[in-house]
Design a protein around this ligand. Sequence first.
Ligand code: SF4
Length: 404
Amino acid sequence: MLPRLRSKNPLDVLLVNPPASAGTVVDRQGASGLGAILTQRHARPLPPLALVQVAANARAVGLSVGALDLTRSPARRLESVLGRVGVVVGVLVSQKTLTMDLDFIRSLRARLGVEKVLPFGISTWFHADELRGPNGQGVVLVGEPENKFGRAALYLAGRASAPPPGLLLTSDQPRGHLEDLLVENLDDLPTPAWELLGRRWKTLSIYASRGCDDRSRACPHSVAQGAQLRGRSAVSVIAEIRSLERRLGTRHFVFLDPAFATDPDRTLELCRMLQARRSRSTWSCSSRPEHLPADLIGCMADAGCREIRIELESLDPQLLHHFGRIEDVRDVDFFRERVEIFVKTALRLGIHPQVTVVDGLPGQIHGDVDATARFARALGVRRIRYSHHAHYAALHQSNGTSTL
Ligand code: SF4
């Protein structure tokens, strides 16, 4: 099922997830769009949700759109399509992949002209100057692109009289405040156009909310998505799930919300509505153990939740305090207890608890990773993921200070 790209029809817009450099696995959707280079064996990147959300937005304003995920398809596919693009090639970028993204954009601009290549993705705000190119001539779309890419393409095509906020056209144009460039009402976004990537998807990513007001230190999610929770209505989440089940046969949904259960009332409402559907689809999410009391986990299980991921940076009271996970070092026992309640309840209710243990944290003492993993294993956790603490320049740029 490759609807547009297999035909010879002209396209207004082509959206591209660029290829990774040799030997690397990249995930531009990771860390809420700041991106990740995956190092774990068998690691698989998230499908590029931002790309297909932008595609849906461009289609909604009447543009013909194609999409290519060159992390999964051979690069030669780009050659067969480029000549058919009339208005603009949108390139998804991320902070962690910036060097390879800049190479890709440079070569496209050399072939197509600077005005015909439009980098997008939340990371553009942090790197607008590099993305404009050496002479500052390139155009860039900064901020969340899912509600403005279509209008940007219309403007570039001369079919709209004013550019949308965030479309940077000249080198001296200020990028504005990131919080002013986020999507205000997530319910306004159309259902992502996954079908443009040309396959059926048994598992797909989805958001029920963005942003997080928990303000943990050094958190890329609240920097990229804003320090304010923006929730979607349960009705709109379920409409998207229903549409993807029907059109693409999707049966498992991975909620990408940084902290899915942070607002218990919203979570309960969504779970009740999911349960009422009596669908056989299942889902997974990430949250913090403090957000997951036993009764809420029960509702999540009844609503089809099969995996909950938590990040357990450490059990070292100093580190937990430093990262804002506990207010006082004396709260460490309470924190451990929350983790224990979460794991035991999840296991009892048939939900897999997945625990991510992080190494390379600033100030982490030798043996901390093993001790943390041992603690999780002793509780019965079978899915332990090891991750290396990633440094994001965005954490410094957002507030002008070093957080570590
Ligand atoms: S709860 Fe999670 S997503 Fe929210 S600020 Fe803390 S670490 Fe980030």
